[in-house]
Structure formats: structure tokens, C-alpha cells
Design a protein around this ligand. Structure first.
Ligand SMILES: Cc1cc2nc3c(=O)[nH]c(=O)nc-3n(C[C@H](O)[C@H](O)[C@H](O)COP(=O)(O)O)c2cc1C
Length: 147
């Protein structure tokens, strides 16, 4: 199963989640400046919102790399909104890419808000999410049934 991790960050919060996922998947976390080069079963796409919107760099990454992406798993941080899922759903639909129903979101530090987030608990939670997600994926399920 080919896993890739991409992130966009302005102040480092989302990068922390991407690097935590990298630890449990054994895959390097790269920024959205690094294109995909081969078919990817699961793309953990770590993103956030700035003045209400997911950045153009993230949208362009999905559009430009759509042919390689089998499925996106949304991972986000934000100060106010509870997830970027609805925005990411539109972005992935426009690109013709599947977005998994499961996602991970936590608060991200912004000025005086959420000073410590993502904190240790968030990091543990995203690691658990990524591990569980991989164990629960159809490819893994097929594999375990065959064993
Ligand atoms: C310029 C700017 C604009 C932001 N606008 C919003 C916003 O509209 N809604 C929101 O929930 N959070 C907003 N935030 C908070 C970020 O989404 C939050 O801090 C996030 O964790 C940043 O991720 P990053 O550190 O990976 O860039 C904003 C942050 C910045 C720096």
C-alpha cells in the first residue's frame, strides 16, 4: 500500500500533525510543493484555513496530482472552524478524487487562541488515527482475511 503525506503550513501547527503521521506510517511528510510521482493509495493531506479558506496551494496540489491519488484522508487544524472537510470535499470532487469519510481535526494555535495546540494529546490522537486508519483500510482487511 503506497502512502504519501503532504502538508501546507504557515505557522507550523499542521506540520506537527504531518510529522506525527510520518512517524507511524514510516513515510516522509513533504509540503504540497512536492508533487506525487506514482499511484498513491492513501494521501494524508494536512491543511488548514486562513481567513476562511483552504489555500490555493492545497487546491492546486490536488488538481495537479489527481491522476496519482486513489484516496485523500483529510487532516486539519484551525482556530475557529471545526474542520476543513466540507471545503476539501469540494476540492476533491472538482478533481475527481475520493475523499475518505474519516478525518482528523484539532485546534491550532492562532494569536492568543489555543496556545498549546496541537499539544501532546493531539499528537497522540493523530498517531492513533493514522495507525487505526491503516489497519482499517480495505487493503489491510483483505490482507488479514487472506491470512
Ligand atoms: C493569516 C491567518 C488567518 C487565519 N484565519 C482563520 C480562519 O478564518 N478560521 C479559523 O478557524 N482559523 C484561522 N486561522 C487559524 C489557523 O487556521 C490555525 O492557526 C492553524 O492551526 C494554522 O495552521 P498552520 O500553523 O499549519 O499554518 C488563521 C491563521 C492565520 C495565520
Amino acid at each position: 500500500m503506497k502512502i504519501e503525506i503532504r502538508y501546507y503550513t504557515q505557522t507550523g501547527n499542521t506540520k506537527k500533525l504531518a510529522e506525527a503521521i510520518a512517524q507511524v506510517t514510516g513515510t516522509k511528510a513533504e509540503t504540497v510543493d512536492v508533487p506525487l510521482t506514482e499511484e498513491t493509495d492513501i494521501l494524508f493531506l494536512c491543511n488548514s484555513v486562513y481567513w476562511g479558506g483552504v489555500k490555493g496551494q492545497v487546491k492546486n496540489f490536488v488538481k495537479d496530482n489527481a491522476k496519482f491519488i486513489k484516496k485523500i484522508v483529510n487532516v486539519s487544524t484551525a482556530a475557529l472552524i471545526s474542520s476543513t472537510y466540507s471545503q476539501m470535499k469540494k476540492i476533491s470532487e472538482n478533481a475527481g478524487v475520493e475523499l475518505d469519510e474519516k478525518e482528523f481535526h484539532c485546534r491550532g494555535k492562532f494569536t492568543a487562541l489555543h496556545g498549546s495546540h496541537p499539544d501532546e494529546k493531539d499528537i497522540e490522537a493523530v498517531k492513533e488515527f493514522a495507525s487505526w486508519f491503516m489497519e482499517d483500510s480495505p487493503e489491510q482487511a483483505e490482507k488479514s482475511q487472506g491470512e
